[in-house]
Design a protein around this ligand. Sequence first.
Ligand SMILES: [Zn+2]
Length: 402
Amino acid sequence: MKTDRLYYADSYTRAFSARVVERVTVEARPAVVLDQTYFYPASGGQPCDTGRINGIPVVAVVIRESDGALLHLLEAESPGEQAQGEVDWPRRFDHMQQHTGQHVLSQVFIRIAEAETVSFHLGADNVTIDLVASQLSPADLARAEDLANEIVQRHLEIRAWFPADDELNRLPLRREPRAQGPVRVVAIGNFDFTACGGTHVARTGEIGLIKILGAAKAGKDARIEFLCGERARRDYHRKNALAAQLAAGFSIGVGEVDQAVARLKNENQELRRALNSARSQLLDAEAAECLAAASERDGLRLVRRAWLDRDPAELRGLAERLVKNPGVVVLLGTAGAKAHLVLARSADVDKNMAGILKNALVAVGGKGGGSPHMAQGGGGKADMEAVEKALRAAEGETLPDG
Ligand SMILES: [Zn+2]
């Protein structure tokens, strides 16, 4: 049996009496069909209402496609023929604010950018519309938000009704109705007319603030994220607190945070440059020290060293400096959670370090590679003993007659 949808004519009544006309099981839950209801079923991009029937939580409301009956899914069985329904009002009113705000924005984007709305998403965390538009500038978005809020402030009346065919044909509908059967029209003053079965506020002032958060590409369309009413206020509250916290962190006013962040970024860049230069000088000195302490064999100078938890980039830096000198073979390693080996030689030394690395890595695990001049790798966990062993093996292979 088709349910009489009382919310079509009245979005504000939240408590009502009805008669249970059918009991079914849906998704393993008991569900009731009422002769009439104010509960809104999930449809048209708007989530369903929740609430209670005879004190039992209503977890979902869905339309039965075969006959248009509304199924109220309950947390537990509700006995009796009489139903006392109560719609969760804060949730419903939130949906009314977001949904009516969507109508306003959809019309606004047609007026400022000839961009039609192709879909609407009203989620618990975000609200979006997708527009047929390749590019919307920040200026477009600002103009859209201005116009949308002007419509809010004009406090236009919102009307929903089922017009007869001749009236329907005269109405400037924003888009062709998609549903079969009688068409319900929702009008926002003379600003916007659209076919819609959802719940809306009675006047635009009740939408509250309409805030566009941003635009992103969604395939060929533009996705606009926005918030209305209480959601926008809560978002403002959070962002104001965040801005205040940032300003307090810098001991400045909220209006100066952007300059403070820019200053901090600059300082950070300069410090990084200074640090890199100091590190480079330290590596120069360390390379000189390594070379002075190198052991000489077969006319080659051999540097073999291992550390615990050293940055592989430093090992590389050290190796690059050492092999600038003629006749040098460098075998470096760091032990730790991510062991790493760097094997290198001077241009005038005829050894294939990539080949030698392959065998050395067996002792420490992990992957690596490189050129005959320099090879590196690792990544597995290895202690000092394993790394030393790998480097000794590499030494034996590089200088086999040692
Ligand atoms: Zn609507």
